[in-house]
Each structure stands twice: as C-alpha cells, then as structure tokens.
Design a protein around this ligand. Structure first.
Ligand SMILES: Cc1cc2nc3c(=O)[nH]c(=O)nc-3n(C[C@H](O)[C@H](O)[C@H](O)COP(=O)(O)OP(=O)(O)OC[C@H]3O[C@@H](n4cnc5c(N)ncnc54)[C@H](O)[C@@H]3O)c2cc1C
Length: 442
C-alpha cells in the first residue's frame, strides 16, 4: 500500500515538538510555587505541572484526530486516526490522574482549603471528573448508552466543555500563564483549535459538504437498498474505489444524522454515485423513505481501503461478510472498467440466498476481467446450497489453495469477521503486511 512516509514523519514530529514544548514550559518559566520547594517535592510539583500540560496538548490532538480532516485521512486513514483517538484518550486520562497526585504529593497530600481563591484548582477537579466520564462512556458506550447518536452528541458536547474548561484552568491556576510567551502560546493554541474545529464541525457547507440529489432508491435484496444520487451542481467529486463518505439526508421525515457508507459505484461513473445500505438500526431503517429529489449532504471521500493504493499490481483476494461487499463492488466495477489484468478471488458470506445481489453483474464482470473466481458462503441455508457454511480456516484454506501468497487481501464486514479472518490468513501464509481491513462499526 502506498505510504506517505514524509508526511507521516512530519505529523509525528509535530506531535513530539508540541509535547516536548509543553513539557519544557515548567523548566523555562518557573511558577512561584516552585521557588519554595526543594528536592523530591520540587521534582514532584514540576512533574505534576508537566503531566497536566502534556495532557492539555494531547487534548488538542484528540480533537484534531476526531475532526475527519481529509489530509490526515490521506496520510493515516480515518480508522487509524480513530484508533489513535481511543488510545490517546487513555493516555490523557492516565496523565490527568498523575497530575493532581504529583501536585498534591508535593504538599504532603494536603488538599486546598475550600475558599474562593482556589476556584481554578476546583475547576481542575471538575475537568478531571468530566474526563473520567468521557473516557469511560467512550470505551463502554455500547453497553452504557443504547443510542449511538445520543452518546455521540454527549461525547462531542462534553469534549468541547473539557476543552474550554482546561483553557480556563491552565490560564488561572498557574502564574506563568497570566502573561508573556506561555499566555500567548496557550491562547494561540486554544483559539486556533477552536476556530478550525468549529469551522469543521459546523459543517460550513460548500467547504466540506457536497450536495447530491437522490435519483433512485430501490430494493436490491433482503433489507438492502440501493441509493443513487447525482451532484446538485457541477461535476461529482473524485474518489478511489473502496472509499466511503458520511451521508446526511435532508428531507421530510428523515433523521438529520450523518452516517458512514461506502461508495459502491465505480469512480469512472462521475455523473452519479451509489450507496448500498442494509437496514439494521434506527437510521438505516429510514433509508427506504428517501425519495427522488431529496438532498444528500456528503462529506468525503475517506479511507485507504482500495486496490488502487497498492504499490504494484498483484492478485487480489476479497473476503466480504454481508454488506461488507460494498467496497469490493466498487473495486470490482472499477477493475472491470479499467481492464485489471490480475486474478481476483471473492469470498462472500451471507446469511441466506435472499441476501445475495448482483448475479447478472458478476456474470458480466467475469467476462470482462481476466480471471474472477467467486465463492459464495451461506450461513443459514441448508448445507447443500454452498460448499461451505462459514468463513473458517477449513473453507479459506480450500478456496484460497490456488492463490499466490503474493496476493493482496481485502477483508470487510462486521468486526468479529474481520478479527477472526486475520489470524487464519497468517496461518495460510499470506503476508500480514498485505492484508487490509475495513470494519463497519465505529
Ligand atoms: C467505513 C464504514 C463504511 C460503511 N459502509 C456501509 C455500507 O456501504 N453499507 C451499509 O449498510 N453500512 C455501512 N456501514 C455501517 C453503517 O454506517 C452503520 O450500519 C450505520 O451507521 C448504523 O446506523 P443505525 O442508526 O441504522 O444503527 P444503530 O443500531 O443505531 O447503530 C449500529 C452501530 O453503527 C455505528 N453507528 C451508528 N451511527 C453511526 C454514525 N452516525 N456514524 C458512525 N457510526 C455509527 C455504531 O457503532 C452503532 O453501534 C459502514 C460503516 C463504516 C464505519
């Protein structure tokens, strides 16, 4: 897969520079509280300040990694950024625990008197509690809050609150931040992040969102709907086969939510884009209510799950679970249109035959591609309908027997499928560096 090493190095360097800069502030600009401390107490107090400042800087990167910046997606891919976001949240929490422990430890764990003078310190306690809630609900939201949208709205609001309160806490808790370079660094970082994120999150139309008009909505298979849309004005946007976009419908009786869906059409059909959506929850069940003429606000494209990013042409294996077929369809359509000359193997698992789609299109592709092998697996049909009843070591070792171990493997579907197939491929001696995955759950 094409890497963007210089850009990656620049990003890591920026993070390191910001962290090192924050960590050096308590050395370069000593606050009066440090003047009267010596030995271990001084060290503890200084490191207490460092952990707090580093946590503050990491919170800025937390916001940046969640903001779906297209240039960062091109460098890392959104899934990696979201992975960073999750781990960074834990690191921030760990630093936020160390911060008061070290600061209070330097004073023999005596707590501040309950007087108005210490309001910035008490504000810090409030921010800490909000942070704990933010991280816990983020890691366990599937169990704690049923509705994803409710959790997401709460997460975004609390994160914004934490962001503002941390600025106020740092500004008023420590003398060096009242003026001079530390003050300007803090204010500059806060205002810039606030402006950029506000602009991004408010979805300043034209800049990030493209408007498409629905031209057709049709049922393709059990619970699966195809939505076709054309740009409201001008040309459509460029995307790679396999990429996805966030789609927010604007129509009567439609939820005003933005959800990620793979663009299942091929980039060569520039006048329209297609999505295939399986009804499985509150939002996706409303897709059938979309009507011709409704507007779709589209934020994208995103993702690096595409055979076009391979550094050289090689055989391609695609393993799809259910609706995980959508990026494979986009890639297959593009391959058929551009004369891809390597063997392609598709293993597609569905519950029943009613979930199958594209029978005639697959036949057409088989005649246009040099070599296309398709293995269907039906998990809830009588055994005799397909050779295998599930994607497993047994079925994959049989189906992939003739495939060159030099092949690139793309896996897409629900997270349990993606997780279980990876080790099987390693056992079958496929190179893990050429196994690419896309999970349909955030
Ligand atoms: C990169 C990517 C590509 C996808 N492509 C397709 C596709 O081509 N076809 C298809 O049918 N499905 C696709 N999905 C899955 C689709 O986004 C979810 O099924 C849909 O958002 C579920 O919403 P719901 O309200 O109907 O279900 P719910 O039951 O409310 O949600 C089910 C789960 O979906 C996730 N989810 C819900 N809302 C959002 C949201 N606004 N943003 C992100 N995740 C959310 C959460 O993990 C949630 O627990 C894709 C997902 C991702 C991440």
């Amino acid at each position: 897969m094409q890497t963007r090493l210089p850009a990656k190095i620049l990003c890591y360097f920026t993070v390191l520079l910001a962290v090192a800069g924050a960590a050096s502030l308590p050395y370069l600009f000593e606050s009066p509280s440090l003047f009267y401390k010596f030995g271990a107490d001084k060290l503890m107090l200084r490191w207490g300040k460092i952990t707090g400042l580093v946590a503050g800087v990491l919170i800025v990167f937390q916001a940046v990694s969640a903001a779906r910046f297209a240039f960062l997606d091109r460098i890392f891919g959104l899934d990696r950024l979201w992975g960073f976001h999750r781990i960074n949240g834990l690191v921030i929490l760990a630093l936020a625990v160390c911060h008061p422990v070290l600061i209070l430890g330097a004073d023999g764990f005596g707590f501040f008197p309950l007087t108005r003078r210490y309001w910035p310190e008490f504000l810090g306690v409030g921010v800490f509690l909000l942070l704990v809630g933010l991280v816990l609900t983020a890691w366990f939201h599937h169990r704690l809050i049923r509705d994803w949208q409710v959790w997401f709205a709460m997460h975004r609001f609390t994160a914004l609150l934490v962001f503002i309160l941390i600025f106020v806490h740092v500004r008023f808790v420590s003398k060096p931040f009242e003026s001079g370079l530390p003050f300007w660094l803090l204010t500059g970082a806060f205002l810039t992040s606030f402006l950029v994120l506000g602009l991004k999150w408010s979805g300043v139309s034209g800049l990030f969102i493209r408007k498409y008009r629905v031209t057709a909505v049709e049922a393709l298979a059990a619970d699966a709907w195809q939505v076709v849309a054309c740009p409201e004005s001008g040309d459509g946007f460029d995307y790679l086969p396999g990429q996805f976009a966030f789609v927010r419908p604007r129509g009567k009786d439609l939820p005003k939510e933005s959800h990620p869906f793979t663009i299942s059409s091929s980039p060569h059909t520039k006048d329209r884009i297609e999505f295939i959506i399986r009804s499985c929850g509150d939002f996706t069940r409303t897709v059938r209510r979309l009507k011709t003429g409704d507007t779709l606000c589209i934020d994208g494209p995103y993702g690096r799950f595409s055979h076009t990013l391979l550094t050289r042409k090689r055989p391609v294996v695609m393993i799809a679970g259910g609706i995980g077929i959508t990026p494979m369809m986009s890639m297959l359509r593009y391959m058929a249109a551009t004369g891809f000359d390597q063997p392609v193997y598709l293993v597609w698992s569905n519950k029943t035959a009613d979930h199958l789609m594209f029978k005639t299109e697959f036949d057409d592709m088989a005649s246009r591609l040099k070599s296309l092998t398709i293995e269907h697996i039906l998990t809830r049909e009588p055994v005799h309908q397909t050779r295998f009843k599930r994607i497993s070591r047994e079925s994959l070792s049989d189906v992939l027997k003739p495939v060159s171990r030099d092949a690139a493997v793309f896996i897409c579907g629900p997270p349990p499928l993606v997780l279980s197939v990876r080790p099987v491929l390693r056992e079958l001696e496929f190179d893990p560096r050429r196994v690419y995955t896309e999970s349909f759950l955030l």
